[in-house]
Design a protein around this ligand. Structure first.
Ligand SMILES: [Zn+2]
Ligand SMILES: [Zn+2]
Ligand SMILES: [Zn+2]
Length: 324
């Protein structure tokens, strides 16, 4: 091995076992064989999951070239990098470089999962745990699922035999732990579908917090049975729902509001692209304040706002009155 190769090996691989070690800790805290994770477990699970994601994603950047890890490459050199004297790229920028510079395929859904995790981590550092345990669990499962795929596809094939052996046990624990979390989620959802959610299919939507289809919009408690948490403020729920699940246009495409004023209650709570259990995969307008799906809405030919036509008239009542 030349000196260059030796150095390359040295700076390439330690991050991977390090990231896997963080993941092992996350699994030990969240996928307990008995007993619920404590508040402290939830806290360190989120912190360590974020640390793992950062270390593992940057390990792949580093493999491409060490300067990609650094926020501003023009301000550094290899010596400083090796001493750890550098400011590293942000999470969003790391993901962007993986996709746009390295050319990896990271889906929009996976990107969002990663950036949401970073947000949760930041909230946690400032405010402590504000999420319900089940919401942390389902989000952690999504991130773990992504990181395992990322490891399998982009990092593990490049490990040398020693490192591979060193991480083998941890990897197995992580994989079985993830299955344990996922089966907990599935069996809990099956129970809810047979009980709490039964008969509410037309008003049951995906919860912005735990991502499970377990939130019954009733205009009062708006309770997610999975988390479990309430959304007493329909405005807050509508905007959280819209942020979490509405179509976001590709860069350069015109932005269209998917959250608008409801013509019935005059509140900014009408999500145009809602999905309920009953809507069966298609998008329908749902007002989180009226707690009703709003089909039969027309778009006013004069002012462009949504309105409820009573007799096939092409313009809304306000425009009608305005025209005298
Ligand atoms: Zn929920
Ligand atoms: Zn309404
Ligand atoms: Zn009008």
């Amino acid at each position: 091995m030349t000196e260059g190769e030796a150095r390359k090996r040295q700076i390439h691989y330690p991050p991977v076992p390090n990231g896997i070690d963080y993941l092992r800790d996350v699994i030990d805290r969240l996928a307990r064989e008995s007993g619920e994770p404590s508040e402290r477990d939830l806290k360190y699970a989120v912190l360590h999951l974020q640390a793992a994601a950062e270390v593992l994603l940057k390990a792949r950047l580093r493999e491409e070239h060490w300067s990609l890890v650094i926020s501003k490459a023009e301000k550094t050199n290899l010596k400083k990098f090796e001493k750890g004297e550098f400011e590293s790229a942000t999470n969003a920028e790391t993901v962007r470089r993986l996709v746009e510079v390295v050319g990896l395929d990271i889906s929009a859904g996976d990107k969002k999962t990663l950036l949401d995790l970073a947000t949760t981590r930041n909230q946690l550092q400032h405010w402590g745990i504000t999420e319900e345990a089940n919401a942390v669990l389902t989000r952690a499962a999504d991130v773990l699922d992504f990181l395992i795929r990322f490891l399998d596809q982009y990092l593990l094939p490049h490990l040398d035999a020693d490192d591979e052996e060193a991480v083998a046990d941890d990897l197995e624990e992580i994989r079985t732990g993830l299955v344990r979390i996922e089966s907990y989620v599935t069996s809990r959802m099956e129970r809810l579908n047979e009980n709490d959610l039964k008969g509410h299919e037309a008003r049951t939507v995906r919860c912005p917090d735990c991502q499970q289809v377990a939130l019954i919009v009733d205009g009062a408690a708006n309770k997610c049975s999975f988390c479990p948490r309430d959304w007493m403020d329909p405005l807050e729920l509508a905007s959280a729902y819209d942020n979490a699940f509405s179509y976001s246009p590709a860069p350069g495409d015109p932005y269209e509001d998917t959250l608008v004023d409801c013509p019935d209650c005059d509140t900014l709570t009408l999500a145009l692209e809602a999905e309920t259990v009953a809507s069966n995969g298609s998008h329908i307008p749902l007002c989180f304040n009226c707690a009703e799906t709003q089909d039969n809405l027309g778009e006013c030919a004069r002012c462009g706002r949504l309105y409820r036509p009573t007799d096939e008239e092409p313009i809304c009542f306000d425009c009608f009155a305005d025209l005298g």
